[in-house]
Design a protein around this ligand. Structure first.
Ligand code: C5P
Length: 223
């Protein structure tokens, strides 16, 4: 039987991961955070002292690298070479590293293959940048989750403050986010873009519960 795979793509800070987690919980299916997989490879580059922008050097690391997605009590975690990488991958710096390594086609092939394999075996909500356009172009559940840059930066800043990481100003957080979006949208391989058959959900003036309820209804009508 065909698995249910729900693709949530969009720029950084649009609330995708929170939305995806809650949606998966409500539908009683698993959540796959594909960004965490790119972050793990970003961390690998950092640990090996490799410039994440150097395609040849980053791709040369792949044969000696293992990224595993592990589910325990319905919760996902990523392991890099057998080690849990949470919460090390959750910093702004690792977001930039992830974005840099994600531009390399060898990195994308490596992770996309793993993502497709997991999607074939499980009902999933996937969040990322290229799920609807590249990883699972045939799924009928595709949403592009977005919000204004100002609002996304505000949410990310609040998250940093909450985590006690308020070393950066709001303006710096906003600038870093704009830079990462630009890099993700302008890269040559699988850039961030909205699939033609995806439904755009602008969450600027919606709270998480509203978005999740909206998605559940939209999924029902697409069944
Ligand atoms: O979503 P998150 O902020 O964790 O993603 C980190 C980076 O990984 C993104 O900026 C993007 O460059 C990359 N990414 C990607 N394709 C995905 C998920 C993430 O290129 N499906």
């Amino acid at each position: 039987q065909q698995k249910i795979n729900i693709a949530l793509d969009g720029p950084a800070g649009a609330g995708k991961s929170t939305i995806a987690k809650q949606l998966a919980q409500k539908l009683d299916i698993l959540y796959l955070d594909t960004g965490a997989m790119y972050r793990a490879l970003g961390l690998k580059a950092k640990k090996c002292g490799v410039d994440p922008k150097d395609r040849a050097k980053v791709e040369a690391l792949l044969p000696d690298t293992r990224v595993d997605v592990i589910y325990q009590n319905g919760q996902m975690r990523v392991e890099l070479d057998g080690e849990n990488v949470e919460p090390a991958i959750r910093t702004q710096e690792m977001g930039m590293y992830a974005s840099a390594v994600a531009a390399h086609p060898g990195v994308r092939e490596y992770l996309v293959e793993l993502q497709r394999k997991i999607a074939l075996e499980n009902d999933l909500v996937l969040d990322g940048r290229d799920i609807g356009t590249c990883v699972l172009p045939d799924t009928r559940y595709k949403f592009f989750i977005t919000a204004s840059l100002e609002e996304r930066a505000r949410r990310r800043f609040a998250e940093l403050v909450q985590k006690g990481e308020k070393s950066e100003s709001f303006e710096a957080v906003k600038a870093a986010m704009a830079q990462r979006d630009k890099a993700d949208a302008e890269r040559e391989f699988s850039p961030l873009s909205c699939a033609d058959d995806a439904e755009v959900v602008d969450t600027t003036e919606m709270d998480i519960d509203e978005v999740v309820d909206f998605l559940i209804e939209a999924i029902d009508t697409r069944r």
